[in-house]
Design a protein around this ligand. Structure first.
Ligand SMILES: Nc1nc2c(ncn2[C@@H]2O[C@H](COP(=O)(O)OP(=O)(O)OP(=O)(O)O)[C@@H](O)[C@H]2O)c(=O)[nH]1
Ligand SMILES: [Mg+2]
Length: 415
């Protein structure tokens, strides 16, 4: 590990020196403004930056900063809310959330994509088609049998089965009691579908969602992403920015305020180049007005911030200063669904130092239990904007919907 101090006229100059000297993997440990009387008259140095690089590490790629890969020719046929999934990420025309369609699990999509990419001969294709038809038929027959079984199961076990499922999903016990109690009104003689519908209604009441992002007509919508380190802020921003720019043809700008690691600036710059969106890098809250001015013709401005530990109050204060200057329309607190409930709760409490308008959960593909997500949303009643379920940009994101949570709880009972 090499640690060095740099003194320069501006933060920008200091970072340029650090990049030349220590390389892109350098980490900024500390920055401070130098009091004017420290230097002789005539000197213009203003900032002191302490940086370090771990040159003993085998892999020189900074952990957590992976290049963002954008998939251009994505298959947008998957549907949610009755329209192709990617078309409902941003909605300007229809404020009412339309009917929610069945979720296609990401595993299934992957299989389909892999199959499509293979180069088959005509005969092979015919055999494949026959196989697929057979598989479809088999799964149809299975689903009819299962549906019967499921209905019987729910009717037979009713409250007990539901209670167990919710507890297994790590839903808080008082919430489980509350939900099961409210299900009491639903006769156990009714079929599984009616019970599931009722369960959806009850859970919806406990799990507010924000719906698709709505752009403004006359000025840019400013959306900032904040959250703990590595929660998926930059990847999620990339998904939404790529969606707006490539699919919706909107004018997008990115303000990168994550200047904590040089590699993070490069990550967002490279991404901005690929999707051809404007990118401003800011090093301090004082630079916000100029950056906003440079982006004023955009439809939407996405702001990436550095990951902050909820236990570091100094960092949280810096974030607050940035948000005060920026005054965004929406602040999304980005949280990993794999984080345990108590830590999620602590994050929301600590990040409330800025006005969090939305919760956004990433990595739902990496967990089988979403009780922690449900609990924390219920605690704070802050609407959930998006759920993300993979690293693929711009595909693996959708507006949050309650049915996804219910499906997760009931997995294994309702198929
Ligand atoms: N499986 C999965 N991985 C994700 C998802 N979203 C992000 N990631 C991965 O999580 C890692 C961290 O993502 P970043 O977007 O760099 O996280 P960040 O919050 O910007 O990180 P910092 O800026 O360091 O605080 C990367 O490897 C991403 O590809 C998701 O929905 N599912
Ligand atoms: Mg980031």
């Amino acid at each position: 590990m090499r640690i060095k101090k740099y003194v320069a006229k501006s933060m920008r100059d200091a970072l340029a020196q650090i990049k030349d000297d220590l390389g892109e993997e350098a980490v900024i440990l500390k920055t401070r403004k130098i009091p004017k009387n420290v230097f002789a008259i005539g000197e213009k140095n203003e900032v002191e930056v302490t940086a370090a690089v771990d040159d003993t590490a085998e892999n020189t790629v900074t952990p957590g900063v992976k290049p963002i890969k954008v998939i251009h020719n994505t298959d947008h046929k998957q549907v949610v809310y009755g329209r192709p999934r990617t078309s409902c990420i941003v909605d300007m025309d229809n404020p009412d959330a339309p009917v929610v369609k069945k979720w296609i699990p990401s595993e299934y999509n992957k299989n389909v994509q892999e199959k499509n990419s293979e180069n088959h001969t005509k005969d092979e294709i015919k055999i494949e088609e026959l196989k697929e038809n057979l598989e479809e038929l088999t799964s149809l027959v299975k689903s009819v049998i299962n549906e019967k079984k499921t209905n019987n199961q729910l009717v037979q076990y009713g409250k007990e089965a539901l209670y167990k499922k919710l507890i297994d999903s790590e839903v808080r016990s008082d919430l489980v009691d509350h939900i099961v109690k409210r299900m009491n009104g639903t006769s156990e003689c009714l079929d599984g579908k009616i019970q599931l519908k009722r369960l959806n209604e009850i859970v919806t009441g406990e799990f507010p969602v924000a719906g698709p992002m709505r752009l403004k007509k006359t000025e840019p919508l400013i959306v900032a992403f904040v959250g703990p380190t590595g929660s998926g802020k930059t990847t999620t921003l990339a998904k939404l920015a790529a969606h707006c720019a490539i699919i919706k043809n909107k004018k997008v700008s990115i303000i990168a305020a994550d200047t904590y690691r040089i590699a993070a600036i490069e990550q967002i710059r490279i991404f901005a180049d690929i999707v051809k969106v404007h990118c401003e890098v800011i090093f301090s809250p004082e630079e916000v007005p100029a950056a906003l001015d440079a982006c004023k013709d955009s439809d939407v401005i996405f702001v990436d911030t550095a990951g902050r530990s909820q236990r570091n109050n100094e960092h949280l204060d810096e974030l607050k200063k940035l948000m005060v200057q920026l005054n965004p329309d929406e602040i999304h607190l980005v949280l990993g669904a794999t984080t345990k409930y108590s830590d999620l709760k602590n994050s929301v409490e600590k990040f409330s130092i800025v006005k969090v308008d939305r919760l956004l959960f990433t990595k739902i593909d990496e967990t089988l239990k979403l009780g922690n997500v449900f609990n924390v949303v219920n605690d704070f009643k802050i609407p959930v904007s998006y759920l993300t379920f993979g690293q693929s940009v711009p595909d693996d994101i959708e507006p949050a919907q309650c049915s996804r949570i219910v499906e997760n709880f009931m997995e294994g009972v309702v198929q």
